[in-house]
Design a protein around this ligand. Structure first.
Ligand code: ZN
Length: 537
């Protein structure tokens, strides 16, 4: 995580870190990358002794537009209307469509350890008149704005075009109006049926004083105005806005040339992709940020975004086989490495910072948190499905000592995550039903060499029970090697014997989750046919 510390070391004086979001619909888990990066930067700045303010804004006067249509919740009949003026479609007590989606998203922040000092809503800011000086300057310098668009973005606006979106006094749309003829107090406004393809204006024309919330600045100008209004010094943004001639370049130029202010430091970050698609356009059921955080606890959610540098794209599909268990495994691995334990595989550079920035509490004792005993997610996913297992006692036995209060709390959290994962995301083979009462009829298909193998595995593990999933896994492989049976046939035999099906979760962990006496008895029973020479086909 050298990047955040490097950034912190390169700036001086008080810092204001800002990000804002247009609440055009359900916010996807990938959109948490920005807020997590914002938080990591803020923590790094504060650790360097810099007074730092973290702001998070909602651009809720933006209109429901063609871009919003990409989200599953877009409301066609309100096309062109500011998101803050559209009723909440869910009817769950939010004041508007924008409030519903933005608040549902923002409500996740505190639980993720992201604590902005202030949230602001542009629909609240405009009516206070705080944006008026910026609106006036933009209109006075409209020729400069037009020149910037032409020069930076190769966009040619007509000479009468003004950088202003007036909310139509008649139909309330902002996306369909065009303003011209600024006389120092008012502008001429036309609400046009054909201004944009995705919304139809009502035809109203007249003059409007564009202050106190009756108009808004177009996005590039609004962004630059926010920087001036809030004194922003650092603002990371998604890579889509950072292209040459794109939004950020335009806003940087507007900040310098129209509002006479050096723009904040940028820190572009890549997206989280699902199966190669940018997450924000995914309509998958598991992709909503609030759903994801219902399943994955805060520290693993933070870890998902912190473990890769901001400029590298994250490929992650929460519904992908084992994606979530592997996320936990990797978190545990970096924790163990941070605690100084030996781990398998290569470590990412700065793994200790990655672990530290994944922790919920910035003041957490990193060493003791790293040293905590953490049972593997996949192991817990089996234990919770085996009837009669006291998981806490079991995990303490695996640790070889009572759990600390921190470990017990984390185990509780992890068990809740496991149960929700099994309901929401888990592949079918992770869901098991132990066929406890009797050898499943499906085991009749076991081949003689598989039966021989099961009997041998029973003999090898009978006296000295393997102590863990890992130890069972070793025993399973060893017994297979000894009898010249390939591993696939060995696993298949175990699944048929205990689950009555041909596949299942990691066999070692499966056997480790069951009581030893039962395992030996069942292995013997399934292997018995060959021992007595009565193999059934
Ligand atoms: Zn209108």
């Amino acid at each position: 995580m050298d990047w955040a510390d490097e950034l912190a070391a390169s700036v001086e004086g008080p810092q204001v870190v800002n990000d804002s979001k247009t609440p055009s619909g359900t916010v996807h888990v990938g959109s948490l990358r920005g807020p997590v990066i914002l938080d990591v930067i803020t923590r790094a700045l504060r650790a360097h002794g810099l007074e730092t303010t973290l702001l998070y804004g909602v651009d809720d006067l933006d209109s429901m537009d063609a871009q919003a249509l990409l989200t599953p919740d877009a409301v066609e009949r309100y096309m062109g209307v500011p998101l803050a003026h559209i009723p909440d479609q869910e009817g769950d007590c939010h004041a508007s469509y924008a409030r519903h989606h933005a608040q549902t998203f923002i409500d996740l922040f505190a639980g993720l350890g992201i604590l902005p000092d202030r949230y602001y809503w542009m629909s609240d800011i405009y009516p206070t008149g705080q944006m008026d000086p910026y609106i006036r300057t933009a209109l006075d310098r409209a020729a400069v704005v037009r020149d910037i668009y032409r020069r930076v973005a190769n966009v040619q606006h007509p000479d009468h075009w003004l950088p202003l979106g007036v909310v139509c006094p008649s139909c309330g749309r902002v996306g369909t109006t065009i303003a011209s003829d600024w006389d120092g107090e008012t502008v001429a406004v036309a609400c046009r049926a054909d201004l944009v393809a995705w919304a139809t204006g009502c035809g109203w024309t007249g003059r409007v004083a564009p202050f106190g919330g009756s108009a808004k600045l177009p996005w590039n100008l609004e962004w630059a105005a926010q920087w001036g209004l809030f004194g922003v010094t650092i603002e990371p943004n998604g890579k889509d806005l950072a292209t040459a001639g794109g939004s950020r370049d335009r806003s940087d130029a507007i900040s310098r040339e129209v509002f006479d202010r050096e723009p904040p430091r940028n820190f572009p970050y890549e997206f989280l992709n699902i199966g190669g698609r940018k997450m924000s356009t995914s309509k998958g059921r598991g992709a909503a940020a609030y759903r994801f955080t219902e399943v994955v606890p805060a520290e693993q959610t933070r870890f998902l975004f912190v473990r890769q540098r901001p400029e590298s794209a994250i490929e992650f599909d929460p519904e992908g086989t084992d994606a979530i268990p592997r996320l936990f495994d990797e978190f545990d691995r970096l924790g163990a490495a941070t605690a100084g334990r030996e781990v398998k595989g290569e470590l990412p550079s700065g793994h200790e910072s990655i672990f530290r920035y994944s922790l919920l509490d910035p003041a957490a004792d990193v060493a003791s948190s790293a040293a905590a005993f953490r049972p593997a997610f996949a192991h817990l996913a089996l234990l919770v499905q085996v009837p009669g297992v006291d998981v806490v006692t079991r995990v303490a036995a695996e640790k070889g000592a009572p759990l600390t209060s921190g470990e017990a709390a984390e185990l509780d959290e992890r068990l809740a995550a496991v149960r929700r994962w099994l309901e929401a995301y888990a592949p079918e083979r992770a869901r098991i039903e132990i066929r406890r009462d009797a050898l499943p009829p499906e085991a009749a298909s076991l081949l003689p060499e598989q039966r021989g193998y099961l009997a041998a595995l029973a003999a090898a593990t009978e006296g000295d029970a393997p102590a863990s999933g890992e130890a069972w896994q070793t025993a399973i492989f060893a017994a297979a090697a000894e009898r010249g049976l390939d591993a696939r046939a060995a696993f298949n035999a175990i699944y048929l014997t205990f689950l009555g099906r041909a596949n299942g979760p990691r066999a070692g962990w499966l056997l480790a989750s069951l009581d030893h006496e039962f395992v030996i008895g069942r292995l013997r029973e399934a292997g018995a046919a060959v021992e007595t020479g009565e193999a059934t086909a």
